[in-house]
Design a protein around this ligand. Structure first.
Ligand SMILES: Nc1nc2c(ncn2[C@@H]2O[C@H](COP(=O)(O)OP(=O)(O)OP(=O)(O)O)[C@@H](O)[C@H]2O)c(=O)[nH]1
Length: 509
């Protein structure tokens, strides 16, 4: 075969070109694989970041994560993204927490706004069916009706209504609802002010009107916040879907390139085999030389056109990869932003803004979990309910701000003296709750007494005076068959006994 080397080193050239092409193709595929892995990791991280935000969405996020762990498979991923988007749109919160009796308030409103009876009845039915996640939403629904009432009764009628109604009892129900409503931070001061006015027995009429105005302002604020969050989530969903489609496009391009390359290899191999066959059977050198020369020229031209085509496809794929990378970078930024926003939203829903302790909603969820755990593993569980003694005096003597400060200090002391597995929450007002898993009744009583003494010895100051603050505590142990309510009722009963027996004491039952 020495004649191959005499014809412009043709075989060496086309071989080099061919292997170069193979190398660059392999490099491209590696690059594609790396970017695809990066995309998967980013989406997996996004799904992890969003987990826990909403129980309905969690299974979808788990499925997306599981799918991506095996790499991008276009069809199932696209289907799952669609299902996820739909679930996101239909996202609804449900709550099963216990709620304050608002019957008198409804009766009063029905008598006062006869033109709104039908709407009021609807809201009352929803409230009784526990469809309001938070009293704040109830307030807002009511405020909307009252705002839309364009035939308010005469001032005299209103005064008469109020005189007839049991205004004290109505104020109490309003107060109860207000205590449970997680008002946005911006409205806390106004909410406290309203509470104080209701407690101090001011005429219900003006307080009531101010309450309606405050609630309308809160409604506007919440609508803005919700809109902002909804816009953000929907743009993220769109981008996620878009990313899935780009990834699918790159995937198809790579599969295509692989197929074409295989065809070319087969093409060249067939031509070489033909040449070999002809060489083996050739009887005359000159015609064979010519034939070889023609064939090699043909192969060379074919390779050149392949090279051009490959280059075109490579540039196209590279452009798509660059776009993909750009999208991934944007998504990484958005994922971080989303994570912090979700954390903030979650914290707003489950934290008490004044003390930064978990709130009543978080406590009820935790109590359900702890009871389920005790039931399953047969471990002990203690619920302690704490209440500050004569707290009203502190507010009345030193003002509401000093009262708030005292609540913050006590919240810190209660948390500080607990173990890591214990759980402390602000139940509402001046009442705190504590869950002590795997603790017996005698040791819980001992721990609570020590903590109570510690708080008694701590010094609080208000307006230059040194205050002595004490707490009473009721403790109950989980018994088989208990639910959240029955366990709480026992602990609350023990607290009542502690108050009756002179306060500043802990009683376990
Ligand atoms: N400063 C402040 N006071 C609050 C807050 N929440 C509830 N309170 C007040 O806590 C007081 C609770 O008063 P009461 O229920 O009469 O109980 P108490 O004065 O502690 O008396 P005993 O519990 O019987 O010892 C009320 O005056 C409420 O206004 C709050 O967030 N900040």
């Amino acid at each position: 075969m020495s004649f191959f080397k005499t014809k412009d080193d043709l075989p060496v050239k086309w071989k080099e070109k061919y292997f170069d092409l193979l190398d660059s193709q392999e490099k491209l595929e590696k690059e594609y694989k790396t970017n695809q892995d990066l995309l998967c990791k980013t989406i997996i991280r996004f799904a992890l970041a969003a987990k826990g935000f909403n129980k309905t969405l969690d299974p979808h996020l788990d499925r997306i994560r599981d799918l991506l762990k095996a790499g991008i498979k276009t069809q199932p991923l696209r289907t799952e993204l669609e299902v996820f988007s739909n679930a996101l749109m239909a996202m609804e919160d449900h709550s099963s927490s216990s709620q304050v009796d608002a019957s008198l308030l409804f009766d009063f409103l029905a008598a006062h706004f006869p033109g709104r009876l039908a709407e009021l009845r609807k809201i009352r039915q929803s409230y009784d069916a526990r469809e309001f996640i938070n009293p704040q939403r109830l307030f807002i629904a009511l405020a909307e009706i009252l705002e839309g009432d364009n035939t308010p009764p005469e001032a005299d009628d209103f005064a008469n209504e109020l005189a007839l109604a049991d205004t004290k009892a109505i104020s109490q129900q309003l107060l109860g609802l207000l205590e449970n409503a997680d008002l946005p931070l911006e409205f806390l001061d106004e909410g406290n002010n309203l509470r104080l006015r209701l407690q101090s027995g001011q005429p219900l009429g003006p307080v009531f009107e101010d309450a309606v105005n405050l609630l309308l302002a809160i409604k506007k604020h919440l609508q803005l916040e919700q809109q902002e969050m909804a816009d953000f989530l929907s743009s993220l969903t769109e981008e996620l879907a878009e990313l899935g489609l780009i990834a699918a496009g790159v995937n198809i391009a790579a599969e295509d390139a692989e197929k074409k390359r295989n065809n070319r290899e087969q093409d060249v191999a067939a031509q070489m085999a033909d040449l070999q066959k002809k060489s083996a059977t050739a009887t005359q050198l000159e015609p064979l030389k010519q034939l070889v020369s023609i064939r090699l020229h043909g192969i060379n031209q074919q390779l050149q056109s392949y090279a051009l085509q490959e280059q075109f496809e490579r540039e196209k794929t590279q452009k798509e990869l660059r776009n993909l990378l750009q999208k991934i970078r944007e998504m990484e930024t958005e994922t971080t932003e989303l994570q912090s926003r979700l954390e903030a939203a979650q914290s707003r829903a489950t934290r008490d803004p004044l003390t930064n302790l978990p709130n009543r909603l978080a406590f009820e969820e935790r109590l359900t979990d702890e009871i389920a755990r005790s039931h399953r593993y047969g471990t002990t569980l203690i619920l302690a309910v704490w209440d500050i003694d004569f707290f009203k005096n502190i507010n009345d003597t030193y003002g509401h701000k000093s009262g708030d400060k005292a609540l913050q200090v006590i919240a810190k002391l209660l948390s500080k003296h607990c173990r890591e597995a214990d759980f402390v929450a602000r139940f509402g007002g001046e009442e705190f709750v504590m869950l002590l898993p795997e603790t017996t009744l005698p040791s819980a009583l001992k721990m609570a007494d020590k903590l109570r003494e510690n708080i008694e010895k701590s010094s609080f100051h208000a307006n230059g005076d040194r205050l002595s603050i004490t707490l009473s505590c009721g403790i109950a142990q989980y018994n088989k068959g208990d639910d959240n309510e029955s366990l709480f009722i026992r602990a609350d009963g023990a607290l009542y006994q502690a108050k009756q027996n002179g306060r500043n004491r802990c009683i376990a039952i």
